[in-house]
Design a protein around this ligand. Structure first.
Ligand code: NDP
Ligand code: HEM
Length: 485
């Protein structure tokens, strides 16, 4: 049935553009609810953008289990080969604002919501397997240096390199970022990684640490620094457009999910900590095991409703998938739901894109702004013994998995020269790809040439620790681009 044009209380209005005036050209009347309400609603259209990952694109699809991994994890959605679970994915850049360019040199967010029969599972990943830090207290400091200078409101290469070179555990992620993978050609053509170690367990009480990889079935394709810079001017929304148009024409992108696993005994022997987000698990020591496929085949119908209001949180998990003690992950368990309450409101899980398909019975969480789901009607608003019809599903939760012991003390996980080992391994991997080492040096040099000489010197020293050839190549090009007097 064709809708009748109305104002916001449903009252039909014959001409939405008409405003009530005294005579045709006299002053307006306060009684004109259509005009007042339209302007007032418009004034409130904006909600806070995400403090990081503000610019992004999303799509719906599904996750399908292709391989039996029931020996590793008893989560319901993984229990039978062929089982499909509805998914929503949001890709993003990190440092820029809502209108910033998709081609920026930046990690890409790869956030997945799986609407499982045991509640929503959010896999809030990036397109790089490591991160800039392993002390969560550093996160706001670090992000500020990648955003705008408080005085000039400009991006600032001095802040950028001052922070990174003073916090050398960043070296591995910085090497990934300044390789050509720092400027993916599209969201379709990049991988996703859990980064953190998670803990997956089974009903019989076994558990392992897990790293998750989503390898693009479209392959990894990247932009050069110059192509990325040009695209920022000609089509700052190129990745968003690429995703939407490919899905619209039936070219559904997909990723194959793999896991690496490690027992607690293996973790004690590993030459790195499984809680160190700046390290990967070498493939040869911890082989990849295939799990399933993620397919994106449906565009959102409304960007604001479904993409902007999507709320992903590492704390949104399902039975038999747990966080590890990685301190950055532990902090993220708090931070995301906190920001959703601020950005979207207390009842953000009632927004359809965030709503578990299983329904929610959580009777003490009631009221609050924008309660739109019936508010559990007349059910008691506390955990009541009077209610005898409620089911309490039992799981063999692994309460004694790990025993922690020690004094409560402040600890700063400071960098040592060991931080450079895996960055050096990556530099050696790049030797296998044409021009990859040269592009890494060039991409750093173009960026660092904007910094002051004293900070440039720290950049040379930092990359020399990864490889002397890399440090020398960066120094040579920086001094050509920004000659010293
Ligand atoms: P391998 O030789 O087994 O693997 C090297 C991996 O490097 C490839 O599988 C590919 O990962 C990845 N790679 C290729 N080009 C780039 C790039 N420009 N930026 C980032 N990654 C790239 O080696 P190891 O497992 O021993 O790891 C060596 C180094 O490879 C690590 O220090 C790390 O920097 C990098 N790497 C390792 C990963 C891991 O989980 N072990 C994952 C990603 C990178 P992919 O197959 O995921 O595309
Ligand atoms: C978004 C905090 C590290 C991946 C966000 C947001 C916050 C945040 C506040 C905005 C969320 C929103 O408004 O909805 C943090 C903190 C971190 C951290 C405090 C470390 C202490 C990481 C890491 C990863 C990651 C290590 C990846 C492994 C993402 C992604 C998004 C995001 C993908 C975008 C989610 C979306 O598309 O809505 N982060 N983050 N973050 N973060 Fe982090």
């Amino acid at each position: 049935m064709a809708p009748t044009y109305t104002n916001s209380n449903g009252c039909p209005i014959p001409d939405p553009f008409a405003s009530q005036r005294v005579g045709q050209h006299g002053p307006l009347l306060l009684q004109d609810f259509n005009l007042i309400d339209s302007l007032a609603h418009f004034d409130r259209e904006r909600i806070p953008e995400r403090v990081v990952h503000a610019k992004g694109a999303g799509a719906f699809g599904y996750f399908e289990v292709t391989d039996d991994i029931s020996d590793v994890c008893s989560s319901d959605f993984l229990q039978s080969v062929g089982k499909k679970t509805k998914a929503f994915v949001r890709f993003s850049t990190v440092g820029g604002e809502m209108g910033s360019a998709d081609s920026a040199r930046d990690p890409r967010g790869f956030a997945i919501k799986l609407y499982t029969d045991e509640g929503n599972l959010d896999l809030v990943y990036n397109n790089t397997p490591v991160f800039f830090l392993r002390d969560p207290t550093k996160f706001p400091h670090f992000i500020h240096t990648q955003k705008r200078n408080p005085e000039t409101h400009l991006k600032d290469p001095n802040m950028f390199w001052d922070y990174l070179t003073a916090n050398e555990e960043s070296a591995h992620q910085v090497t990934v970022l300044f390789s050509d993978r720092g400027t993916p050609r599209s969201f379709r053509e990049m991988n996703g990684y859990s980064g953190h170690s998670y803990k997956w367990s089974t009903k019989d009480g076994k558990w392992v640490y897990v790293q998750v990889h989503l390898i693009s079935d479209q392959g990894n394709h990247t932009l050069t620094n110059e192509e990325a810079t040009a695209l920022a001017g000609t089509n700052p929304d190129h990745a968003m457009e690429d995703l939407f148009k490919n899905i619209a024409k039936g070219n559904a992108p997909s990723w194959t999910m793999y896991i690496q696993t490690m027992t607690s005994e293996q973790a004690k022997q590993a030459p790195f900590s499984v809680f160190d987000l700046t390290k990967v698990w070498p493939h040869k020591d911890y082989p990849m095991r295939r799990v399933g496929k993620l397919v994106l085949n449906e565009n959102p119908k409304n960007y604001f409703a479904e993409v902007e209001q999507a709320a992903f949180a590492p704390a949104h998990t399902v039975p038999y998938m747990e966080p590890s003690a990685d301190p950055v992950l532990q902090s993220r368990l708090f931070s995301y739901a906190d920001t959703h309450r601020h950005r979207l409101g207390t009842n953000y899980t009632q927004i359809p894109v965030n709503c578990p398909v299983t329904g929610v019975y959580n009777p003490h969480q009631r009221d609050g702004h924008m309660t739109v789901n019936g508010n559990l009607g007349s059910a008691p608003n506390y955990h009541s013994k009077l209610r005898t019809d409620i089911e309490y599903k039992q799981f063999s939760i692994q309460e004694d998995q790990e025993v922690w012991n020690g004094a409560a003390c402040p600890f700063h996980w400071k960098a040592t020269d060991a931080e450079f080992t895996q960055a050096t391994a990556l530099y050696n991997v790049l030797a296998k790809y044409p021009n990859a080492q040269r592009n890494l040096a060039h991409n750093v040099a173009v960026h660092a040439s904007g910094a002051e000489p004293a900070i440039q010197d720290r950049v040379f020293a930092y990359f020399t620790k990864i490889h002397p050839d890399l440090g020398a190549a960066i120094k040579k090009e920086v001094l050509e681009l920004s000659p010293r007097k």
